[in-house]
Design a protein around this ligand. Sequence first.
Ligand SMILES: C[S@@+](CC[C@H](N)C(=O)[O-])C[C@H]1O[C@@H](n2cnc3c(N)ncnc32)[C@H](O)[C@@H]1O
Length: 344
Amino acid sequence: MNSQKEEVKEYYGKTLQGSDDLKTNACCCDALSVPLHVREILKNIEDEVLTKYYGCGSPIPEAVEGCTTLDLGCGTGRDVYTFSKLIGERGKAIGIDMTDEQLAVANKYIDSQAKRFGFEKTNVEFLKGEIEDLKAVNIADNSIDIVTSNCVINLATDKRNVFSEIFRVLKPGGELYFSDVFSDKRVPSLISTDPIMYGECLGGTLYFEDFRRLLCDLGFPAYSIVSVKPITIQNEEIEKKAGNIKFTSITIRVFKIKGLEDRCEDYGQIAIYKGGIPHSENCFKLDSGHAFTKNKPTSVCRNTAKILTESRFGKYFEISEEAEHFGLFPDCEQKIKAETKGCC
Ligand SMILES: C[S@@+](CC[C@H](N)C(=O)[O-])C[C@H]1O[C@@H](n2cnc3c(N)ncnc32)[C@H](O)[C@@H]1O
């Protein structure tokens, strides 16, 4: 194992005892950005799991009942246990992490959490391993409905392997839904080799354009942005070191659907949300650029039409066939890039 990984294990296993020990606000998520129904579930999760939470977002998508989910870098398991409740006893929530101390806390509460949720037996499993190599922990090809991750991929030393493994294990139509810290420039080595900057989820961040290029290279050029939150750091010394690099926590969704394009094309298609998605009965927000009001015909680009047809959301939508090509669908791109919140 390389030394940067050892430093990360030391940081999350020994240096930090809880979120109060963090030196910046990068690995923090304000309570208000967590959806109400998730906040209700958190009230029923063990205190020690919550105290050692170091996420930067709330990567819990909709319509997960019965799904198999995989949380990369699950830590003490806050998001895994949240999924456990939402997917129910027919689903399975798997978490993977490389740090023993984090996994020890996660494993400690498997039975008590199942009881708290009223389950006969647990639907949760924690695995020890590295997110760069999911084969090593026997995660089979095309076996996972939703891969999630919260403030972890920035810490991975081989990000290409992480994304390539994600697309290997996802089922066709499955989804990567994750929150992470990104930078607006490539991070220079002075910062990326600083153990505190790295451990605090700043030093290893991907420059957003490099992330976009990586997805294209792997054959999945379409991503969408769910939410964006600038990171203010709140530590004078570290802010000085960061210089003019801007860090942002972004929640992103990427579907494993073949044939999506890098830009949105207009084929005159219409989507109608029929309702039925739990907690989004009257309006379903796919991302910051797409909110669907129940029963209201809405124009969509071909990428969105394909996603709404071929993913688990298919049963909640009626989508019209492709008509002629009308060129780019500019609306879509502008909306996705805009930082909009709470459009429902
Ligand atoms: C910032 S914490 C986030 C933990 C958790 N997602 C949460 O929200 O509390 C990062 C976690 O990722 C784990 N981690 C970092 N790099 C990893 C890797 N390459 N493979 C597996 N786990 C990793 C660390 O052990 C740590 O528990």
